[in-house]
Design a protein around this ligand. Structure first.
Ligand SMILES: CC(C)(COP(=O)(O)OP(=O)(O)OC[C@H]1O[C@@H](n2cnc3c(N)ncnc32)[C@H](O)[C@@H]1OP(=O)(O)O)[C@@H](O)C(=O)NCCC(=O)NCCS
Length: 303
């Protein structure tokens, strides 16, 4: 498929995304994901919240970056001049990554998502591997399985860290752009493809911590709540130390989550349980041409 507009039934046009669409894409994805969270949330989970203005800015910055690196991977569905769907994807080395995928709540189940996903997948046609973090939406998961992805259930641990359980972690240092080569090499070793320029965006949005010792190398991006947003390491022990360092940075008494844990990463379940967080399950890591990365906790959209 060339990067041009396609008409789908119902007068909806699927066309390449433009910079001017970013605000509308951000609003649409926030609305669709929130509606999904309300629809699929378990009763004992906190009430879902709409994406905050700060997180929306991060979403726009990440998507702006992807629009520049991968213009042919970013698509919108438009009806009567309004953005009603989008799919944002990128190629890093030989891996295709789906970052965002949403259709307006009132228009779902009519084939718009299928067209958007086909356009985004075409961008990755030369790739050996594919990776995306799926929501719990049965319609989304149906689309991914039909596109040949294996579905690996994701766990998450959440709660208030028991600070008496925090071990002394000595080898960790603050990271910087000078660590990008090290991080790209850990990315290739764990997930089979480097993040390349996505590290620039991650460095802007998170605190970076690094372990670089003869016995183990690894890095973690940590958000403002102390949650590890992305972890890659050469050994499970190193990965566990990085998550402990992240958990140590939580404010006492505040809730933190360790997300995107696959069964291949039981070391993270063990850290979370030792910190007295509680274990839940939500969504899937969807993979094509690869096994679940380990020791690794993926980022939701930069993976
Ligand atoms: C996922 C999403 C983008 C798909 O867009 P869409 O326009 O609804 O997709 P389509 O209509 O092309 O395909 C959905 C498929 O799931 C099916 N489906 C819908 N609800 C379903 C359910 N509860 N159980 C099983 N199948 C379901 C539809 O019948 C359709 O399959 P078919 O084409 O074989 O009949 C959209 O539903 C959405 O925005 N969901 C909320 C946000 C989200 O979860 N995004 C994905 C993040 S990873």
């Amino acid at each position: 498929m060339a990067a041009s507009a396609q008409e789908v039934p119902g007068g909806v046009i699927v066309r390449p995304a433009r910079e001017a669409d970013l605000e509308a894409m951000s609003r649409l994805t926030a609305r669709s994901y929130h509606e999904l969270d309300v629809r699929t949330r378990q009763r004992d989970w906190p009430d879902p919240e709409m994406r905050s203005p700060g997180r929306s800015n991060h979403w726009i910055r990440r998507t702006h970056h992807t629009l520049h690196t991968d213009p042919e991977g970013c698509w919108v569905a438009e009806a009567e001049g309004e953005i009603v769907g989008c799919a944002v994807s990128r190629v890093r080395e030989l891996m295709w990554i789906l970052a965002s995928f949403a259709v307006a709540p009132g228009l779902q189940g009519q084939g718009i998502g299928e067209q958007l996903l086909a356009a985004a997948l075409h961008h990755g046609r030369g790739c050996l591997r594919g990776m995306l973090a799926a929501s719990a939406d049965p319609g989304a998961v149906r689309r991914y399985r039909l596109a040949g992805f294996s579905l690996h259930p994701q766990m998450f641990l959440t709660g208030v860290v028991n600070r008496d359980a925090l071990p002394l972690v000595e080898r960790v240092r603050e990271g910087s752009a000078g660590d990008i080569d090290l991080m790209n090499s850990l990315d290739r070793r764990t997930r089979g493809a480097a993040h390349l320029s996505d590290h620039d965006v991650l460095l802007e949005q998170f605190r970076l911590i690094v372990i670089d010792q003869p016995g183990g190398q690894g890095y973690a991006y940590v958000d403002e709540t102390g949650a590890p947003a992305l972890v890659a390491a050469s050994t499970r022990r190193t990965a566990a130390d990085l998550v402990w360092e992240a958990l140590a940075s939580t404010r006492p008494g505040s809730t933190v989550s360790v997300s995107h844990v696959t069964a291949a990463n039981e070391w993270a379940v063990d850290v979370g349980m030792a910190a007295r967080l509680s274990l839940h399950q939500s969504g899937y890591l969807c993979l094509r041409g690869m096994k679940p990365p380990t020791p690794y906790l993926h980022h939701g959209s930069l993976l």
